[in-house]
Design a protein around this ligand. Structure first.
Ligand SMILES: Cc1ncc(C[n+]2csc(CCOP(=O)(O)OP(=O)(O)O)c2C)c(N)n1
Length: 598
């Protein structure tokens, strides 16, 4: 084994990231990236990082996204050169829009080979366009000239966390050129080059952590730096608080303190509390409610209704947008974007103000009760021992309720009921998240959904990342404990459509011998993408053409798919079995398939 500058640099780099607090790394196999992959395997053996192996880089990227969603910390994603890096684009773009950290370590061949037709070589720098907060093209480590790994890691770690000048967290791309020998012996710490850089301390100019490193800081215009702005709102305007995706609890606290109705989407993290208006869509469309709104305060990224964008587009509604993790929402040219918002506290004696919030909450409750689940609860018999007819009716009604087919709404509500604060709920894009948003009552549970761009891609891998991060205690807290003590309770339940599952079949594949988290994919199988049935085109287009290119029918056997990937599978067709199947999922990965009518 010869000493390898590549191995030395890779080892220093991954150690530096672990020292900064990175807990998870995802590796996809490849030759050019071997030094990074082997270095990670070595530090995992020392208990300093948790390593996950994914063959498909798309899934590696979304697994990292899920880990960041759940933990708030970046994971490392290691790929080889060429199309391998390009496969990270979907996860990187979603992470950018959602304001989530992620550190891409993309191996590359030397820069001089770009544009020469050299195998597996392309222009990797710039590949992620404006969707990375920072990008460095790093020349290959050579004997005696090894890039300063600690400085690189520190700069990447700071850039992915955002924060400076109001820039949101987001992905970072370290493009790492390597030449042969691509792996080998690791040189001891304290070699002359590292010592020399350390002695220079922080005196080096920004962008020159080492010769041979070129930093670029692309910017999404909407993330442009801006000085922090605060705003105080006075009482007296009929105001609603809107909580879109990832709004978080602060939206709830604000609505409560100010005494205003809270219109919180199911993926907002704020859907609970006394001011919650569950049927906000119906009320926004009503002239006595939506029609009377004068001011809206927006947290997070509203994506689930048509009524919220319609409200925010109105000239007679003053809109205040509170910046959060993701890309700021700019629904109207007159909208005011702030970093902090406060309001006069609710005054109990202000009857007009109390009536405003009370009307919204009350009307929503009334409507919800009127629209209760369509299958009635079993009748109660008289209980008299000789009432045979009554007992028979009771038994029949009970049986009918248990055998009743499962509607989309019943499925969504059953999943909501089964989920508790120690669990995680992940919602795929498409109909089921909207169905749940239409009816879910207030409940303080952790909900995740990739609503940055609302893609149906990467849902399984994102959820696996969330499960891995939520079911593993932080490494530092468990140093003394056995691996068993690092396992936390709870199930990650994922509510998704069949097409969304099929888009990310690769997400079912986990590295051999790795932790298999307790995750339950609840698949509403209606044989295609039925969301399009509700669009105008469904009524105007040729039926067969519509089905072929929009509905996209399939006959994939989900049970066989599950078996192929070693996931448990259960098919549930009646309501009687649904609650118990959701309440007691298997200990590892499983799929609960629920056939739904188109
Ligand atoms: C990556 C990506 N490709 C395409 C779409 C467009 N799209 C939105 S929903 C959908 C169909 C989803 O079908 P399914 O998961 O079965 O849910 P259903 O509509 O039946 O509820 C598609 C293709 C998207 N959002 N993201």
């Amino acid at each position: 084994v010869t000493p390898s500058p590549a191995a030395t640099f890779a080892t220093r780099l991954v150690r530096a990231f672990a020292a900064l607090g990175v807990q998870h790394a995802i590796v996809s196999p490849g030759s050019r990236s071997q030094a990074l992959a082997l270095a990670l395997a070595a530090i995992e053996a020392e208990g300093r990082i948790t390593l996950h192996v994914r063959i498909d880089e798309r899934d590696a990227g979304f697994t990292a996204l899920g880990i960041a969603r759940e933990s708030g910390r970046p994971a490392l994603v290691v790929t080889t050169s060429g199309t391998a890096v390009a496969n990270l684009v979907p996860a990187v773009v979603e992470a950018s829009h959602s304001g989530l950290p992620m550190i891409v370590l993309a191996a590359d061949r030397p820069a001089r080979l770009r544009g020469t037709g050299s195998n597996q070589t392309t222009w990797q720098p710039g590949l992620f366009g404006r969707f990375v907060r920072a990008e460095a093209d790093v020349e290959a480590p050579l004997p005696g000239v090894i890039p300063d790994a600690r400085a690189l890691a520190a700069e990447a770690f700071a850039a992915t966390a955002g924060g400076a000048d109001g820039i949101a967290a987001g992905p970072v791309h370290l493009n790492l050129q390597f030449v042969e020998p691509l792996s080998g012996e690791v040189e001891a710490e304290g070699d002359p080059v590292v010592a020399e850089t350390a002695a220079a301390g922080g005196a080096e100019a920004e962008g020159a952590s080492r010769p041979g490193v070129e930093w670029r800081h692309p910017l999404v215009p909407s993330f442009a730096p801006a000085p922090p702005v605060g705003l105080h709102l006075e009482r007296g305007h009929r105001t609603v608080v809107i909580a879109g995706a990832d709004a978080g609890e602060k939206a709830n606290e604000f609505a409560l303190a100010a005494g205003w109705p809270l219109l919180a989407e199911v993926s907002s993290g704020a859907r609970f509390g006394p001011n919650l208006v569950v049927l906000y869509r119906e009320l926004l469309a009503h002239p006595d409610f939506g029609g009377r709104v004068e001011r809206a305060v927006v947290f997070g990224h509203p994506t689930l209704s048509r009524e919220v964008p319609a409200l925010l587009a109105r000239d007679d509604v003053e809109t205040v947008v509170v910046r959060g993790a993701g890309e700021p929402v700019l629904p109207h040219p007159g909208a005011v974007v702030v970093d902090e918002v406060t309001a006069d506290p609710e005054v109990r004696s202000d009857r007009a103000a109390r009536a405003w919030v009370g009307q919204w909450v009350f009307a929503s409750r009334e409507l919800l009760e009127a629209d209760a689940d369509e299958v009635a609860a079993p009748l109660t018999g008289s209980g008299a021992p000789d009432d045979l007819a009554g007992a028979r009716d009771f038994a029949r009604a009970e049986l009918a309720a248990l055998r009743a087919p499962i509607s989309r709404r019943a499925l969504a509500l059953a999943v909501w009921r089964a989920t508790w604060p120690h669990d995680r709920l992940v919602l795929g894009a498409s109909r089921l998240i909207r169905e749940l948003d239409a009816v879910a009552s207030g409940k303080k549970i952790p909900v995740h959904a990739n609503r940055g761009l609302a893609g149906i891609d990467g849902t399984v891998a994102t959820a696996v990342g969330i499960a891995l991060a939520s079911q593993t205690a932080p490494l530092a807290a468990s140093e003394a404990g056995s691996s068993a003590s690092r396992v936390r309770a709870g199930t990650t339940r994922v509510l998704l459509g069949d097409v969304t599952l099929l888009h990310d079949v690769g997400g079912l594949l986990m590295g051999s011998g790795e932790a298999r988290p307790r995750i339950q994919l609840v698949v509403g199988n209606d044989g295609g993408g039925t969301i399009f049935d509700s669009l105008e085109v469904a009524g105007t287009a040729d039926r067969d053409a519509f089905d072929r290119v929009l509905f996209t029918p399939h006959r994939v056997g989900i049970a066989a798919l599950a078996a192929a990937y070693g996931w448990e599978h259960r098919l549930v067709t009646g309501r009687g079995d649904l609650d118990s199947a959701l309440a007691s999922p298997p200990g590892g990965p499983s799929i609960l398939e629920v056939p739904l009518p188109r």
